[in-house]
Structure formats: C-alpha cells, structure tokens
Design a protein around this ligand. Structure first.
Ligand code: HEC
Ligand code: HEC
Length: 331
C-alpha cells in the first residue's frame, strides 16, 4: 500500500515536471506575440543594430513623442526644432499597410481609406526602428554626399531630416536619444507579422528562422522619383474614391486653410478645383502632376518646401485618380 502511494506520488511529480518542461518548450519554440521582432531575431543570432535599445525608457519615449508631434517638449524646456514643420506633417506614426511585407502604393491607399490615415510623401515612423538603411533609392542617388552618413545610421538620418527636411536646427544628443526611444515604443512586434508558427518551428537552423521572419516586413523604405511628364498608364481604370482620399488625406493634410504650413492654402471647394484644373497641363509648380513628382525646393533653413511623392508612395494610377478627381469636382 505504502509502496503504491510512493509510486503514485513519484509519477505525479514526474508527470507534473514533464508538463512544465513541455510548456517551457512551447514558449521557447513559439514566440510571445508581444515580443519585439528585433529582440527576437537578435536572440536567434542576428547582429544588433547601431541604434539598439535594450530597455525602453518610458520618460525618454514620451519626450521623443512630444518633439515628434509638437516640435518641442510640452513644457517648452527646449527650443522648437523647426519653425515651419513638425515631423507629423510629413511622417505618419502608425502602420500604413495590412501586410508589412507588402507596402505597395495600392495597399497604402486601401488600408489608408479603411483606417482614415493621412496620405503622406515620407515614410511612417511605425517600424522605423526595424529598418536597416535610410534614405534609400533615389534619395541616395540624388543627394549623394549629404545622405551618405545616414545610410546605415538611424541617428544620422534623424539629424539630417531635422535640419534638411524640416528646415530646422540640429538636434542635441539627448533629443535624438529620446526620438529613438519613441521609435522603439512603436517598433514592430511579433504579433504584427503574418508568421506561420508551424513553418517557423519546423526550421532547424537559426539563420533560416531569421530569414523567414525578415521576409515578413521590409528592411528599407525604397524610393523612385517619377518623371514630371507622367503618362496615364495603359491599363488605367479610374477610381475617384482613391482620388478623393489622396486629395483630402494627402494634399489637405498640409494645405488646408488654417494649417499654417504653407503660404498656398486651399479647401475642397469649386474655386480650388477649377484653379488646379486650369493648371493641369502646365509645367510649373501649380500643376498637380509636376508638383507631386518634383515637389518644391528651398534654401536651407529659410523656407518651407513640399517633399515630392516617390512612386512607392503614390504611383501613376493614383496620380491619375487624383487628377480625375480634381476634374470631376469642377463639373
Ligand atoms: C517637410 C517634410 C518632412 C518633415 C517635417 C520631416 N521629415 Fe523626415 N523625411 C522626409 C522625407 C521626404 C524623407 C525621405 C525618406 C522617407 O521618409 O521615405 C524623410 C526621411 C526621414 C528619415 C529616414 C526614413 C527612411 O526610411 O529613409 C527619418 C529617420 C526622418 N525623416 C526623421 C524625421 C524626424 C525625426 C522629423 C521631425 C524632427 C522629420 N523627419 C521631419 C520629410 C520630412
Ligand atoms: C507634407 C506637406 C504637404 C503635402 C502633403 C502636400 N503639400 Fe503641396 N506644398 C507644401 C509646401 C510646404 C509647399 C510650399 C508652399 C510655400 O512656399 O508656402 C507646397 C507647394 C505646393 C504647390 C505650389 C505652390 C507654390 O507656391 O509654388 C502646389 C500646387 C501644391 N503644393 C499642391 C499640392 C497637392 C496637389 C498635394 C497633394 C498631392 C500637395 N500639395 C501635398 C506642402 C505639402
């Protein structure tokens, strides 16, 4: 009798410990949905990026948030970064597509309409922490030496944009650090990726696991500057709903009356649409296809300017949707 109960006790202990081991193994093989993608791949052997942050500092992240949204700390203990812009004029702060591995302009418009997100020429800060290079594609080609220090270093990309894109002052170290902590607070989490857990678990070496995970989001924001003489794509089919979205969530994001970002303010009224329509065929700043592809330039630190939309941010189908929407509003 005694022997039997000892036996039962032992087997329960055994069973229990077996249970906890297999539970642990599940946690180990699986990934916590809230885990940081960056930390997860680093655990698998990926190299840490230069801007790597181990522990998020909430206070720094809050200060970074305030500078990004308001241009300076809310208590005004630092000077405004730019007298013309705040980062959110040109950069969104949320994800812009459903599937992070497919950030095509079509997906951006689809998701943007669904979630009512601004339609902006620069890249979102959501997941900026997870990128590996900055100022890619035509930014790199056209601005050469200016962007060289930013290509592999997020700190430098932030600094360049504060000074050049936002026409402001250079940032102090603690300010850049705060913005980095803010970026970390909106980094990509495992749950944001469409990963097939079983496929991942079936892989035996860590390098293949890292590759699989990285195939689920983009490591760069690419950029191709379009020509100012855009032709309507041959298989173009008009979509005025997209055009209206681009006008309202894109153009009006900066130009709406009272926004105070540009000297050229307008609303969505017939006067505006007739004005823009009349200039459509012209080759200058007031022509929509021209301004979308070329933007405006500015003398360093002196003036606000309009960033162009690269093809990755607005493709030619969408440009024609915008043009046709403008035309449709004058009838
Ligand atoms: C007037 C518009 C504008 C403002 C304001 C602005 N940016 Fe940018 N920024 C751009 C454009 C255009 C790019 C080009 C690359 C891209 O975003 O895809 C860029 C690029 C960047 C990049 C590199 C992105 C990449 O993936 O290559 C960082 C980082 C950045 N900006 C940070 C900031 C910060 C921080 C602020 C505020 C202090 C700011 N920007 C304000 C327009 C702007
Ligand atoms: C990120 C902010 C931003 C967005 C988005 C934006 N613009 Fe602009 N735009 C500007 C700024 C800044 C200027 C420079 C105007 C100035 O000097 O005050 C400008 C200039 C212009 C001009 C020329 C005015 C001139 O004085 O040369 C036109 C036309 C124009 N934008 C149309 C558009 C259209 C159409 C869209 C939508 C596709 C758009 N903009 C989206 C910021 C923006």
């Amino acid at each position: 009798m005694k022997l039997i109960s000892v036996f039962i006790l032992c087997s329960t202990v055994l069973l229990l410990s077996f249970e906890s081991i297999s539970h642990l193994q599940n946690v180990y093989l699986g990934i916590e949905p809230d885990a940081s993608v960056e930390d997860y791949i680093i655990e698998l052997g990926e190299e840490k990026p230069l801007h790597y942050i181990k522990n998020l500092n909430q206070d720094s992240a809050r200060m970074g948030y305030e500078m990004v949204y308001f241009g300076q700390l809310k208590n005004k203990e630092n000077k405004r970064i730019s007298k013309f812009f705040v980062c959110t004029d040109c950069h969104n702060q949320v994800r812009e597509v459903e599937n992070l591995a497919n950030a095509s302009p079509t997906e951006r418009v689809k998701y943007g309409i669904e979630k009512d997100i601004p339609f902006l020429p620069a890249s979102t800060f959501y997941g900026m922490y997870n990128k590996e290079h900055w100022y890619n594609g035509d930014y790199k080609r056209k601005y050469g030496d200016l962007v060289k220090p930013t290509l592999d270093t997020l700190e430098n990309a932030i600094q360049l944009c504060a000074v050049q894109c936002s026409q402001g002052r250079s940032l102090e170290k603690w300010e850049i650090r705060s913005i980095l902590h803010y970026y970390k607070s909106i980094e990509i989490k495992v749950k944001d990726l469409l990963i097939n857990q079983e496929k991942l678990n079936a892989l035996t070496d860590n390098r293949s696991k890292i590759e699989l995970i990285k195939s689920k989001y983009n490591q760069i924001n690419d950029a191709t500057f379009g020509d100012v003489d855009q032709k309507q794509p041959l298989d173009y089919k008009e979509n005025l709903k997209n055009g209206a979205y681009i006008f309202k969530n894109g153009c009006l994001h900066c130009h709406k009356n009272g926004k105070n970002i540009t000297a050229f303010e307008f609303d969505d009224n017939t006067l505006t649409f007739s004005f823009l329509e009349a200039k459509l065929q012209k080759h200058h700043n007031y022509s929509v296809p021209y301004i979308v592809r070329k933007g405006t330039y500015s003398v360093s630190g002196k003036k606000q300017y309009m960033p162009q939309y690269p093809l990755e941010k607005m493709d030619n189908y969408q440009l024609y949707d915008l043009i046709n929407y403008i035309k449709s509003q004058t009838k």
